[in-house]
Every structure is written in C-alpha cells, then in structure tokens.
Design a protein around this ligand. Structure first.
Ligand code: SAH
Ligand code: ZN
Ligand code: ZN
Ligand code: ZN
Ligand code: ZN
Length: 439
C-alpha cells in the first residue's frame, strides 16, 4: 500500500477541487520526504469522496483546467445559501400539514416539489421546534474518513454553554459545532435576557437550510476556505469585531482524522482575522479558543499553540459508540478541551467528580492525583497514573518500564525502534498502529 504521507500545508497558487484549494502532500519513507509532491483534497481523506489529485510539477492543459472548473461548479450544492434562506421563509409560512422534510435528500420540501420526491422517505408535520434543532432532524454524516459527525451529548453541550456564559463571552464562533450553535440560537430566540450570539462555520451545507447568511457560513476548516467568497469572509470578520465590548470566543470540534497542522494553520488565520478587527489592537492577546480534541493529540496541539493547555473535562457524545456514556458506561471519552484561557478559570462540575488542585491551580478529574515528585496532576486519561523513577515522569497504570527501550510502554510491545515519530502522539519509538495513546 501507499507509504505514510506528510502534509506540507496550504500552498500559494494551489489548484482547487470542489472543496476549495487543495493541500500539498509528500510521500515519506523513514521520516524523510520522498518522491514527487502532490496536491490532494483538503477535506476528504477518502478518494471515493473527492478524487482530486495533481502532481506539484504537473503541467495542466487549458482544456483540462476548463473541464476542472466546470466540474467544480457542477459539484456545488443544488441551491445557493440565499435560495435556501428564501425557501425557509416560505416553508415556515406553510401550515404544519404541508411541512415535509425529505430524508433521502436531507432537504425541506415545498409543496411544488413533493412530486419529484414521491418515492423518497419523508417526515411530515415539521414543527418549529424541529426547525430549531436541525442537528436532530438531519442524519449525522457517518463517513468515517471524511466527515463523521459526532454530536455533543446534551450534558456536555449544556456544560460548554454555561461555561461560556460564566466566563462572560457574548459571541461564539462555532467552527464545526452545530449542536452548540443550535443551543445558543434557540435560547436566544426563547429567552429575552439571553444575549449570546453564535456564527456557525461548517462544511455541512445542509445547515444553510436553517440559518441565514449572518448565522451560518459554508466553510472548510482544513484550508480556511469560505465557499461564499468575500461576502462570507466579511460576515465572519464582522462577527469577530468586538463591538460594545462583546467578547468573542471560538469553539471548535474538528474531525479527528489527523491533519492537525492544517487545522492549526486555519485556526491561526481565524485568530489573525480577530486580531485585525480591533483598532486599538488586542495587545499581545490571542482570540480565546476552545479546541475540542482527544487528549493524545496534546503534544501536537501544543506544538502549534504553546499558550494552550488541556482541561480534564471529558466531552461526551450522543452518537459515538465508544465515547457515549462517559461517566456511567465502561468507556471513558478521550476527548478534552484545549484552551488558551487561564486554567483556573475553567470551573469543572464537582458533582461529576472533578476537584480543584490548589497546587496546579486547575480543576482535575477525580482519579487524577497530584504527584509529589512531578509536582503536578499528571493523569491525561482520568485514571490514576504511577510515577516511574527511571523515566522521571508519571505513566499510564498499565505501562511498565522496558529496559531495552529505556522507557515505559505497554507490556506487549516489540522492542525494535522506528526513528520516525508516531503520527498520532508525535513520540519516537512506535508507529501509529502501535500507539499506546490510542490503544
Ligand atoms: N460535537 C459537535 C460536532 C462535531 S463533528 C457538535 O455537536 O456540535 C465535526 C463537525 O465538523 C461536523 O459538524 C462536520 O460537519 C464539521 N466538519 C467536518 N469536516 C469539516 C471541514 N473540512 N470544514 C468545516 N467543518 C467540517
Ligand atoms: Zn427526496
Ligand atoms: Zn495537582
Ligand atoms: Zn519508565
Ligand atoms: Zn504514539
């Protein structure tokens, strides 16, 4: 099969596929770049979803360029966002009995369109409440490689929102967090004194059926591409402008597929956008951010954002087979919050077992005991870790010290070393398939 592939990042003048500018990659062998570099789709890791491919040094004929442009145009959604907004306005005027949603096309239907979808499954009597919870109405996309949508469990979503309120934020840039966006939107429409606003940036265009162009931008977070062009970019810029002292935070929950550097590059561009909006300048501050991601990506995230730290809170999901019932089930969610806010400000619920460590000055999991030697609460996964005097650090309870490898690792491992860092945790000594963080 193909060897490991390294992302070289977004490149100026990169060709585009239907998902915006492609990213530059290189095949690698033994940690070294090898052979020709190539462009591939930024959003789809599965060739079946987008088979865009071009060698970096490839000469592309005018004819092929024209064909590609036409292909890209033809692979945009059937309706524009503006059209979808108009359709929605008409839809809400319909009596309940005429409000249908086609489950196959994932589309709100107007009566004139029923005929065309007559042999499709549909839902009837779509209520206003349903329109306000599109994440319940739409099927979560399930493509493992490209776009698996894992929706927050209500408890976690509520926790996040309360935290944002307590921290005094008034605006939330929701990047790939439709359920958080939805919770904010529906509270804002129901409770008068609730004054938080949210802008959703997501690649899932189905959401444009439910939100105006000031509430949703069709966006690709792997290449910072706004499908709506300059107008959409401007919507985002305006949103980030902190009028009347309304503080902004960005919350993102990207797919875990890898490409951390592509995400980091886009998030830095969003941060830069925020910085540019403020006339007086934000001094040396960064836009506050919550990046929700598995704990075993900690070192990768910190490589790109040294000001970030990991919060012990376990984020739970509704539709993830493994991470479902975090507190009650057998499995604990590995998903955490990474943030550039001061850790002591992130108050975690004591009723769920979190406690405050006065030495570390942050809330930690109940099982995360303060290690006197490390002088820190060292557990990453919530279980109690043990200190290894040889490694001079705390390690997972299931690890032991291997004198061959000269470090702590799983009992079952082969001592042969690889010089390339692991794709998941970045550490040397093992490959992704044997990463102890994942197993
Ligand atoms: N837990 C979140 C959903 C996270 S799932 C919630 O409940 O709100 C990942 C989200 O990122 C999905 O909404 C998905 O549509 C979006 N996404 C996936 N790939 C993307 C891309 N390339 N650009 C922007 N958003 C993307
Ligand atoms: Zn249909
Ligand atoms: Zn501690
Ligand atoms: Zn050890
Ligand atoms: Zn690893």
């Amino acid at each position: 099969g193909p060897g490991p592939v390294a992302l070289l990042g977004p490149a100026p003048g990169a060709p585009s596929c239907p998902h915006g500018p492609a990213l530059l990659f290189a095949k690698t062998s033994q940690g070294k770049e090898e052979g020709r570099r190539f462009y591939a789709c930024s959003a789809c890791r599965d060739r079946k979803d987008c088979n865009f491919f071009q060698w970096e040094d490839e000469k592309v004929s005018e004819t092929r360029l024209a064909a590609r442009e036409e292909y890209n145009r033809n692979h945009q959604p059937p309706f524009t966002h503006k059209q979808n907004v108009d359709r929605y306005k008409n839809f809400v005027l319909l009596p309940l009995s005429k409000r249908r949603f086609c489950q196959e096309c994932q589309q709100l239907l107007l009566p004139a369109e029923w005929e065309k979808h007559s042999d499709h499954q549909f839902l009837c009597d779509i209520t206003t409440a349903q329109l306000k919870s599109p994440s319940q109405l739409l099927y979560p996309l399930e493509n493992k490689k490209t776009n698996a949508q894992y929706l927050f469990a209500d408890r976690s979503c509520q926790f996040l929102l309360n935290l944002l309120i307590d921290l005094g934020f008034r605006r939330v840039l929701s990047v790939g967090t439709p359920r958080l966006h939805e919770m904010i939107q529906s509270k804002a429409s129901q409770e008068e004194e609730f004054s938080i606003r949210s802008l959703l940036l997501d690649i899932d265009f189905r959401y444009s059926q439910f939100y105006t162009e000031d509430e949703f931008c069709h966006y690709n977070m792997f290449n910072h591409h706004f499908f709506g062009g300059e107008a959409a970019r401007e919507t985002c810029r305006k949103f980030l402008y902190e009028e009347n002292g309304e503080r902004v935070i960005m919350v993102t929950d990207p797919p875990f597929g890898g490409l951390v550097e592509a995400l980091a590059s886009s998030f830095k561009k969003l941060m830069a956008m925020w910085k540019e909006t403020e006339k007086e300048g934000h001094d040396n501050n960064e836009m506050p951010m919550f990046w929700i991601f598995p704990y075993f990506f900690e070192s990768r995230i910190l490589d790109f954002f040294p000001s970030f730290s990991m919060v012990d809170y376990q984020v739970d999901y509704d539709n993830h087979a493994l991470y479902k019932h975090g507190k009650t089930g057998r499995r604990q969610s590995p998903v955490r919050i990474f943030t550039n806010l001061t850790p002591s400000m992130i108050v975690l619920p004591e009723e769920e077992g979190y406690r405050f460590c006065a030495v570390c000055e942050r809330y930690v999991s109940s099982g995360n005991e303060h290690c006197e030697i490390c002088n820190s609460c060292t557990s990453k996964d919530g279980r109690r870790w043990k200190h290894c005097v040889l490694c001079k650090k705390c390690v997972k309870p299931s690890w032991f010290h291997c004198n061959n490898c000269n470090c702590c690792t799983l009992q079952k491992h082969s001592c042969e070393k690889t010089d390339v860092g692991c794709f998941v945790c970045g550490k040397a000594g093992h490959k992704r398939s044997a990463c102890p963080s994942v197993s």
